[in-house]
Design a protein around this ligand. Structure first.
Ligand SMILES: Cc1cc2nc3c(=O)[nH]c(=O)nc-3n(C[C@H](O)[C@H](O)[C@H](O)COP(=O)(O)OP(=O)(O)OC[C@H]3O[C@@H](n4cnc5c(N)ncnc54)[C@H](O)[C@@H]3O)c2cc1C
Length: 590
């Protein structure tokens, strides 16, 4: 069997040691660009030759498609160096996936051609006044002879100041979800829009997020994607994949923050003991490691789910966004705190972790807001009460391929994504069907604690969905309760994923553990249950502690913090007392 995710390892080798202060694709260069608010243009150009934009295009459109788990890891090894390079890795994905989900073959061909030529296609859905209340959007397409006139303002459009083309979703009827139409604007039509200057942002600085203003811009009938009135549905289907893809930035920034904190705390001594080996240091590192592992498995599994069962991906696409943003933000906060005073110094490790934290925070607000994500999960939750209380039997949830990280997958079919809320999530149903078996197998291997935690996850899932089904959703208390239950589900779903990942492939050891080893699983389940139940995660420390040394072993072996090894180009990095130098004169800072 060939090693999985070799493309990510090759890309990392190509980009070189990120700790080298002279490397234009390294941490020091990234923090210098960030300080200047500069886009990583040369870094983006370097990636242009690596096939990124072709990764999500079908072969018929000149693409070189990769499984999404492969793509996510490729993005992670690039974005761990500087998350502002994200647009170059997933060039135009929101817009192009909307075209692939709803457009005609001709429109798909046009958009694919633009992407292959390296042009940027922006995606303009959100409006400042209406925010998450998408159904209240005001930007409108008024019928004219031969087409429409587009009028209104779209805000914070990624690459809005520089894009060559755009997908715009605008109102064509007074009310309801079918009141919106998506149009593909080419360079000529976009030239008629006014582009407001990019808004300064606190993270992913250098990417232009600009408003697009339309004043009776003529749009031909042929620009309509799919059918008039189908725009929101098309965009929402594509956003399912975009939410998943954005988790690459969360995980990339968490990798960098933890690697920095890990190296600092192993070198820095207090009372003669490395900080990493003190009670507090070891506990914080372990909690952060377990949080990162949980987010990593959730993201990798969701990527495979999108290929294998796109029609059931809706719930998972929201869970993965919420879980990955929340867990990685927590891990990064721990990493920063471990740096002590250096965590607030604007140079050295503090600068690297500060940038990682600000970049990470941006992900929560792009594509779908946290409120929008939780609202969508809350809507799906009650439907799972019955199936989780009385699982329909093992069934075929394609669990083997779902959890076989790195194995080949069927081609992605964005047109098969579905907005229905029927309870069909393979992780939740598969876990309910196999939880007894997983528990028994863990106990038989002597992993009693993991077995107990699996039972807790099962009980918590049943209670959470039953409570959602029993809620009176009319009043404000009911609405709040729904959101809280949705948030809990977003932590229990990754716990179910982790248990299944251990069970489905006993021949594979994850996170550097021997095959069937359950140390990582115990840590991940314990930290997720603590978060889900509103307990301080530190109370779970006895179960979580082994995750810290596991993370250290991955860094020692120069491996990405992910389930299966991805070799990295990292050198030893600076000693605790050293401050990473500024990049060499002449290196890219613009
Ligand atoms: C860096 C960045 C890049 C972006 N790129 C793009 C892009 O390329 N294309 C694009 O179309 N959009 C883009 N956006 C816009 C973004 O997707 C939307 O703005 C976002 O989905 C919602 O915006 P909001 O925070 O104003 O919404 P809101 O949800 O209105 O948020 C404001 C506040 O209201 C609260 N709230 C909202 N509804 C309710 C409710 N019913 N009950 C209680 N509280 C509520 C929220 O929790 C929040 O506290 C980008 C945004 C950012 C920050």
């Amino acid at each position: 069997m060939t090693a999985p995710y070799t493309a990510a390892a090759r890309l990392d080798a190509l980009l070189g040691d990120p700790w080298d202060p002279g490397n234009p694709y390294g941490f020091a260069a990234g923090t210098a660009r960030d300080a200047d608010g500069a886009y990583p243009a040369a870094f983006a150009a370097r990636l242009a030759g690596t096939g990124f934009p072709l990764a999500y295009l079908p072969p018929a459109l000149g693409g070189d498609p990769r499984p999404l788990d492969d793509t996510l890891l490729l993005v992670r090894v690039a974005a761990r160096r500087d998350a502002a390079v994200m647009p170059a890795t997933l060039l135009s994905c929101s817009a192009v996936l909307t075209v692939l989900a709803a457009g005609t073959p001709e429109q798909a061909k046009t958009a694919a051609e633009w992407v292959r030529e390296g042009r940027t296609v922006a995606f303009a859905l959100s409006e400042e006044e209406t925010g998450s209340d998408i159904l209240a959007g005001r930007c409108r397409l008024d019928p004219t002879a031969g087409g429409y006139a587009l009028t209104g303002r779209k805000w914070l459009v990624g690459r809005g100041a520089t894009a060559d083309a755009a997908v715009v979703v605008a109102r064509t009827a007074p009310r309801g979800p079918a009141a919106f139409t998506a149009v593909l604007l080419g360079p000529d039509q976009l030239a008629a829009a006014v582009r407001r200057p990019a808004q300064p942002v606190t993270g992913m600085r250098g990417i232009d997020f600009a408003d697009l203003v339309f004043d009776h811009v003529p749009v031909p009938e042929t620009a309509v994607l799919g059918r008039a009135g189908g725009g929101l549905a098309a965009a929402m289907r594509a956003q399912q994949l975009v939410r998943l893809l954005s988790t690459a930035a969360c995980l990339a920034t968490a990798d960098t923050a933890l690697r920095t904190a890990l190296r600092f705390t192993r070198a820095r001594r207090t009372g003669g003991v490395p900080v990493a080996e003190t009670g507090h240091g070891a506990r914080e590192l372990a909690l952060a490691a377990a949080e990162l592992m949980a987010a990593d498995l959730c993201s990798l599994t969701a990527a495979r789910h999108a290929h294998l069962a796109p029609g059931t991906f809706g719930l998972c696409s929201n869970v993965v966004k919420r879980a990955a943003t929340r867990l990685t933000a927590s891990a990064i906060a721990r990493a920063r705190s471990l740096l002590g005073a250096r965590g607030v110094l604007a140079h050295g490790p503090g600068a690297v972790v500060d940038k990682a934290q600000r970049d990470n925070a941006v992900v929560e607000s792009i594509d779908t807001s946290p409120f929008g994500v939780l609202r969508a999960v809350a809507a799906a939750l009650p439907g799972y009460a019955g199936p989780l209380r009385e699982p329909p039997g093992p069934g075929d949830h394609a669990l083997g391929p779902l959890l076989a990280y790195g194995d080949p997958l069927p081609d992605l079919d964005p047109a098969a994504l579905d907005l229905g809320a029927r309870p069909r999530d393979p992780v939740l149903l598969g876990f309910a069907a196999h939880a007894d078996e997983i528990e028994a197998r863990l106990a038989a291997r002597g992993a009693e604690r993991a077995a107990v935690l699996v039972r807790h996850v099962r009980t918590a899932l049943e209670r959470t969905t039953a409570a959602a089904a029993g809620l009176d959703r009319g009043g404000p208390a009911g609405a709040l309760g729904q959101l809280d239950l949705a948030d809990r589900l977003c932590l229990l779903h990754p716990a179910a994923t982790a248990a299944l990942a251990w069970w489905a492939h006993p021949e594979r050891g994850l996170y550097g553990e021997e095959p069937g080893g359950a140390g990582w699983l115990t840590a991940v389940l314990a930290v997720l249950l603590a978060h889900a139940e509103g307990r301080a995660p530190r109370q779970a420390a006895p179960d979580v502690l082994p995750a810290g040394p596991a993370l250290a072993r991955l860094d020692d072996a120069r491996l990405l913090f992910t389930a299966l090894p991805v070799p990295l180009a990292d050198g030893p990095g600076p000693k605790e007392s050293e401050t990473p130098a500024e990049p060499d004169e002449g290196d890219e800072t613009t």
